[in-house]
Design a protein around this ligand. Structure first.
Ligand SMILES: NC(=O)c1ccc[n+]([C@@H]2O[C@H](COP(=O)([O-])OP(=O)(O)OC[C@H]3O[C@@H](n4cnc5c(N)ncnc54)[C@H](OP(=O)(O)O)[C@@H]3O)[C@@H](O)[C@H]2O)c1
Length: 279
């Protein structure tokens, strides 16, 4: 029997590429998306697809029932992927903007995972793969909402891994640095929606952020295509004992290393500069 995987956020970027890549590798992929037009696109491309909106508990519940109905109650893996980045300085983030960031990037993932886990426990195996980020363990200026949501994913995943010890259900974090996707275009929408540029002390910096988010092609050095993430997802799916963390891109390896060896004061200098150079 084919191994099955449920993926969120397949309309573009990493989710889209991973869904196609795993389908081609012989997996039964439930490639979900929050918009019906994205579902239609994925169906037309030969993938199995239906709606799953991480901001909507009914939609999550329905998608889990649909997955288990189609698969006869079995699911080998869940790839938590759908999400976005809310740009903006911490002091310009409203409660509403932060809440929206956490609804999608954390609460939706937790709710979905908790509904899938009983099936994995029943069958006695499973893989939960979390698309975190280098920003899940390294902070950068003007990325506070996103940083906080990805740090939260790291803490939640570390706890879950401990609680699932011995269950044959493995939790792995994928930690990509810059990957070329629709991420910046979607961050731009969140920026325009929630950040009041004119009233901010960071007005001028926001101009640079605006330019970076609108820049076509890679915005920073060492950007990789989504294929680099797919490779690590395959390790997490197929290794006998998958690792807790998989780094993707040079910046992730670099900051992972620097964080271990440098005092905070020195690392802060580097991160502040990197953040300002790559607004
Ligand atoms: N690109 C990077 O450099 C990078 C680096 C590290 C980690 N990541 C992580 O990779 C994941 C995928 O992002 P990406 O880079 O592939 O960007 P992307 O091309 O913008 O894809 C994001 C996906 O998430 C979906 N999504 C947003 N809100 C959702 C919701 N409420 N319910 C369900 N799906 C939702 C989007 O759907 P719509 O099209 O409907 O908005 C889209 O399919 C994210 O978790 C991101 O944090 C990205």
């Amino acid at each position: 029997m084919k191994k099955s995987i449920l993926i969120t956020g397949c309309s573009s970027g990493i989710g889209y590429y991973t869904a196609h890549g795993l389908h081609a590798r012989g997996y039964r992929v439930f490639a979900t998306a929050r918009r019906q037009e994205s579902v239609e696109m994925l169906l037309a491309e030969g993938l199995e697809s239906f709606r799953l909106d991480l901001n909507d508990s009914d939609s999550i519940r329905w998608a889990v029932e649909e997955t288990l109905r189609r698969s006869g109650g079995e699911l080998y893996a869940l790839f938590n992927n759908g999400g976005y980045g809310q740009p903006g300085a911490v002091e310009d983030l409203s409660r509403e903007a932060l809440r929206a960031q956490f609804e999608t990037n954390l609460f939706g993932w937790v709710e979905l995972t908790n509904l899938i886990l009983p099936a994995m426990r029943r069958q006695g195996y499973g893989r939960i793969i979390q698309n975190s980020s280098v920003l899940g363990f390294t902070a950068m200026p003007f990325r506070g909402a996103y940083n906080a949501s990805k740090y939260a994913i790291e803490g939640w995943s570390d706890t879950l891994r401990l609680e699932l010890r011995g269950s044959r259900i493995f939790v792995s974090l994928i930690e990509p640095g810059p990957i070329i996707t629709q991420f910046r275009a979607n961050a731009m929408k969140a920026f325009e929606r929630y950040i009041d540029v004119e009233r901010s002390v960071h007005r001028e910096k926001y101009l640079a952020i605006h330019n970076r988010l609108n820049k076509p092609g890679p915005a920073v050095p060492f950007t990789l295509p989504p294929e680099a993430v797919l490779k690590k997802v395959i390790y997490a799916l197929e290794a006998d004992t998958p690792k807790a963390r998989y780094y993707v891109t040079f910046p992730t390896h670099l900051f992972g290393f620097l964080k271990r060896i440098l005092p905070v004061s020195v690392l802060d200098k580097i991160l502040a500069k990197a953040g300002n150079d790559h607004q």
